[in-house]
Ligand binder design. Structure first.
Ligand code: BGC
Length: 775
């Protein structure tokens, strides 16, 4: 089944394909991000082969965990940012006829343009029919893959046919090492030259290579490409070759004859190695040797598509919806597809986290956030080995997290809000408001709740897999150190007779300090406090799962005493949670202490003036105001608690602290905050969908379908092109998998409570629980 072509996007959908039926420059940045091909080790944007960065085009190739730091002077301060490096572009492939102009869409009349992202097989295909200025009619068919099984390989295939002419064509195939990071407009004032080219050259008659290194982290990469040309009988075509080498770019020019209606096939294959790889001598040695041993594109495509077949067999979710359209199914497939391209089998044992924006663009610099909490649940039930690797990314940075805590005056381990290479805090200190042009201090790093998310993820992984080895040697230690951190952050408020957590920021990034205050942070963010309580209890409980020897070892290593455990227990039972009355006089948990004193925001007025007010923080700052003054949130904050914990579990947590949480309060809380949220983060709709679904399946479905459109329709107006929103993508898949089926994993038991909304007729999923596959 196909969804009809939309006139605004030129797009149609098939169950496993995105199809574009024309070339629309304005849509190109979005399409490049949606058509990224990757294999969990590296990824390449869906840019055309013959373009350079500029206008609507931005070719980008990213290595999982490939970072570099650069300093820039901004507003009189030197700031350092760690970026996800844009590595050399391996795509360049172009041609010209009879020594004329190089091919470009601007110079021809297109009679057909189709682009297909084939998600079942992991291919990006294009067909172009065009007439050039001299009246020559031609056809170009292209295919591209980033090999899903052989992590270091990728390839391109072009089939060029002259329809009404014959002549000489010159093909140029290269590697461009002159690239910089320029994918995000807001970052353009920052230094962006991360690479230094170390060597270029021809490896053999058909292959060239380029070796480069990041200027600060000294990660080396070598790309070697082999380009071959075949005639219509698939025999190597007679061609003359020469190499052009500018030092930063290298290319081969291949001159051959094209005869009318006799297709010429060009194969370009890539071998890419880095100094971070296992089992190598040195990247250049590996890439140059490997390129000479590479099979044909045909053979590579076979093994590539087989790998995708295996992945889909493991991960597919099949839904049947009430309307006769495949849209929801296609979008779920798209979301699973991009998850598997960001982390896949190739990621297992690789030292990288899961980035909020995929390896699809440069927004948020490839950093690792709490978004894991939205991404891991689906992985836990399909490919838990991936969650294990991604949790190890955190474990390997535990020592740095201890330093982070100590530097901030705390104990235990404090993971950073944004994490990159070595686990230090990577949140930018200044950010640009593109609406006002001002650089502003950024206090979002005070989102200590990321630590609760890591603890939660460890426990969920353990619940799903029963992986005692992981808990024994890695998980428990992180849990204990995070619990210790919470205990050191909490202080006793004698007036209240309760523990409080001050100076933090909750998930809602619109509130980073109190109105008029210079001191960053807020007190008693409900989500943070309750998550801290949960961690303190869970860390202790985790120890009970370990054997006695290991428990003793850990207590000795971490210097944990009964006295400390008793303090955790005391904090857990007497943590403070703020409440205030809503319009009807009923109590709801306050997002943070003092929230009730903020002004109501004029939602209707601002919507009437600005239309899209998702990022009303930028609008208000540009007006000389600030969102801190208002009861206006960027995203779900208190509601996160209902997202993470089923009602029973949350009720029990509140009861242990001496508070009552009723189903009525959950309803009021959802209603209260939904009306005061701009959903400036794509994560927000996922949370609303989840919480709504627990109460009202139909209403929840509306939120779900909105969340599904986050990236395909770029609902934030320009952010998807800078990288997909992996948390929202994964969150929607998880909604189908766990929320509609009512799956919960608690205390070694898998619970089901399936109840499908009317719009969803049938749902089929496979899942792995404690090593067993269930359908
Ligand atoms: C959201 C955060 C999120 C980050 C990365 C921000 O816009 O407010 O919650 O972690 O994006 O996705």
């Amino acid at each position: 089944m196909t969804v009809a072509i939309s006139p605004t996007t030129g797009r149609s959908l098939r169950e496993f394909a995105l199809l574009y039926h024309d070339f629309l420059p304005s849509q190109e940045p979005l399409r490049e991000a949606l058509c990224v091909l990757g294999n969990g080790y590296f990824a390449t944007r869906g840019a055309l082969e013959w373009v350079r960065a500029g206008g609507p085009h931005y070719p980008g190739t990213y290595l999982a965990g490939g970072y570099n730091r650069l300093e820039t002077e901004i507003s009189g301060r030197v700031v350092e940012n760690e970026d996800l490096v844009n590595w050399p572009n391996w795509l360049p492939l172009t041609f010209r006829v009879e020594g004329g102009e190089w091919f470009s869409l601007e110079r021809v009349t297109l009679t057909e343009y189709t682009q297909e992202l084939d998600m079942r097989r992991g291919l990006l295909n294009r067909t172009l029919r065009f007439t050039d200025e001299a009246g020559r009619e031609s056809e170009l068919r292209t295919r591209r893959f980033v090999h899903m099984d052989k992590a270091h390989l990728a390839g391109l295939e072009w089939t060029l046919t002259a329809r009404n002419w014959s002549g000489t064509v010159e093909i140029e195939s290269g590697i461009d090492g002159s690239v910089q990071n320029a994918g995000v407009e807001r970052y353009r004032a920052l230094n962006a030259k991360h690479l230094r080219v170390l060597a270029t050259g021809a490896s053999s008659e058909h292959s060239i290579y380029l070796t480069c290194e990041t200027v600060q982290s000294h990660v080396r990469m070598c790309q070697a490409v082999r380009t071959e040309v075949f005639d219509e009988h698939d025999r190597p075509a007679a061609a003359e070759r020469r190499t052009l080498d500018s030092g930063e770019e290298i290319a081969q020019r291949i001159v051959c004859t094209l005869e009318q209606n006799k297709p010429l096939r060009v194969e370009k294959v890539l071998a890419l190695f880095t100094s971070r790889d296992f089992a190598i001598s040195e990247p250049e040695v590996e890439a140059r040797e490997r390129i000479e041993r590479l099979e044909s594109v045909e053979r590579l495509l076979e093994t590539h598509t087989e790998a995708w077949e295996r992945l889909w067999h493991r991960s597919a979710i099949k839904i049947e919806v009430a309307q006769p359209s495949c849209e929801a199914q296609t979008l779920l497939n798209l979301h699973i597809f991009h998850m598997l391209q960001t982390t896949s089998m190739n990621t297992i044992d690789w030292d990288a986290g899961v980035p909020a924006r995929g390896w699809h663009g440069e927004a948020y610099r490839g950093h690792i956030f709490w978004d894991e909490i939205f991404i891991f649940p689906y992985m836990n039930l399909t490919l838990p080995e991936l969650t294990r690797t991604l949790l190890l990314y955190r474990y390997y940075r535990l020592e740095q997290a201890r330093f982070n805590a100590r530097d901030a005056g705390f104990r235990g381990a404090m993971y950073p809000w944004q994490s990159g290479s070595n686990g230090r805090e990577e949140t930018q200190v200044l950010h640009l408001n593109p609406k006002s042009g001002r650089w502003l201090p950024d206090h979002t790093h005070r989102q200590r709740h990321v630590n609760g998310a890591i603890a939660y993820n460890i426990w969920q992984y353990y619940e799903a897999t029963g992986d005692l080895e992981f808990l024994t040697f890695y998980g428990a230690e992180m849990l204990l150190e995070i619990a210790r951190f919470w205990a050191s952050v909490a202080s006793y408020d004698a007036c209240r007779g309760r523990y409080v957590i001050r100076h933090v920021v909750g998930p809602d990034e619109f509130h980073t300090h109190y109105p008029g205050s210079d001191e960053p942070g807020l007190d008693n963010n409900t989500y943070t406090n309750v998550l801290a309580v949960w961690t303190l209890g869970t860390a202790k409980r985790a120890l009970e799962h370990l054997d006695e020897d290991r428990t003793q070892e850990l207590c000795q290593k971490l210097d944990l005493t009964d006295e400390e455990f008793n303090r955790w227990e005391e904090i857990r039972r007497r943590m403070f949670v703020p409440f205030h009355a809503d319009e009807t006089g009923e109590l709801v948990p306050s997002q943070f202490e003092g929230y009730e004193a903020l002004d109501e925001f004029d939602w209707d007025g601002y919507r009437a003036t600005y239309g899209d007010i998702q990022r009303l923080d930028r609008i208000l700052e540009a007006e000389g105001d600030a969102p801190d003054h208002y009861k206006a949130s960027k995203q779900a904050d208190v509601l996160m608690l209902f997202y993470l914990f089923g009602h029973e579990q949350l009720e029990a947590l509140f009861a242990e602290m001496g508070y009552e949480l009723t189903p009525r309060m959950r309803e009021r809380t959802l209603d209260y905050y939904s009306r005061r949220t701009s959903h400036g983060s794509t994560l927000s709709r996922v949370v609303n969908a989840w919480v709504c679904t627990c109460m009202d399946r139909e209403h929840g479905w509306d939120w779900f379908t909105e969340a599904l459109r986050s990236d395909i329709d770029d609902i934030q107006g320009g952010t998807t092109s800078e990288g997909i929103h992996l948390g929202a993508m994964a969150g929607t898949v998880d909604l189908v998998q766990r929320s509609y089926t009512g799956i919960e994993m608690r205390d070694g038991v898998l619970w089901f409570n399936p109840q499908l909304p009317g719009s969803l007729k049938r749902l089929k999923t496979r899942l792995r629980y404690h090593g067993h596959w269930l359908a």
